[in-house]
Design a protein around this ligand. Sequence first.
Ligand code: ADP
Ligand code: TRP
Length: 330
Amino acid sequence: MNSGKKIMLSGVKPTGRPHIGNYFGAMRQFVELQNTFSGYVFVADLHAITSLQNKEELKQNIIDVVIDYLAIGLDPKKITFFKQSDIAAHTELAWIFNCLTTMPYLMRAHAFKDAEAKNKEVNVGLFDYPILMAADILLYSPDVVPVGQDQKQHVEIARDTAEKFNRVYGETFKLPKEYIVENVKVVPGTDGQKMSKSYKNTIPLFATDEEIKKAVMSIPTDSKGIDEPKDPATDKIFALHALFASPEELAALSERYTKGGADGIGYKESKEILIKNISAFIKPLREKRERIALDQESILEILQEGGRRAREVAEAKMNEVREKVGVKLY
Ligand code: ADP
Ligand code: TRP
């Protein structure tokens, strides 16, 4: 970590199969950043248990998310890849931050307010979620925290918490900044809304050809014939072409959409092209994932090795914190 490169850090919740919205909106940023930054990516398993309380499912999800990230090209030699619960300093620091944080402050967090508004039962862990996240971040002094728009407030809470600690106990934590990629903020789903697990409109990132076909075929269309002009700006199939077609192919498709006539394109053909392009994109990823999944031992080793590296950094910071707080006597 002393290569002079800036440091990035992010956590990923082990919550099941990722979709292409997750990939373009969040996951692939890590792979791009790993060449210019050094840093950390970890599986946020302690955050997951605020809502997932099933041992077998959680274990499987943790392994799956590690495989997912290795398959898209996260390189554990470049980025320290570890599991949050392996580093006890995260929860220890979260407790210390809890004692500096007021209830009204955390009550302003969007995630808590949403849960309240929906009359969901809010456990203390969910209420405290942003503070554990602040500890995750601040232990490793990252320069940037790549996240989706929905996590922006959490990074702001981490920054406030760092400032508060520094004010009370003296300069200790670097103030972190979120890093949000603007152009792919919202990948549309098969129904045109934001692609999301909760809307059941996803195309899984490691989908089989059969799943890709089924998802694309389910995209709703109107009754326009092949030769009728169509507006690429409002067409749900075209919105997905934009992610998978080459610039030349996209320009040609756009022309066929708008012009119509003898060179026009029907929805069936457009869907077939989309299926072909998505399949070509996913196939190598899926095959790589299958290969990685065969070697569970290596996956566990990667996490353990990442844990050793992360622990060193986290423990050094924690020692400084214990000293400043006044609990370190020897
Ligand atoms: P979901 O909405 O399917 O539950 P998550 O909330 O788990 O997805 O999101 C995980 C990450 O992927 C977040 O950083 C989020 O901003 C990003 N993300 C999710 N859906 C999309 C989308 N449709 N387009 C772009 N980014 C997305
Ligand atoms: N809350 C984040 C999410 O739901 C995951 C996360 C946990 C995280 N700790 C983090 C992200 C620290 C960035 C930094 O996506």
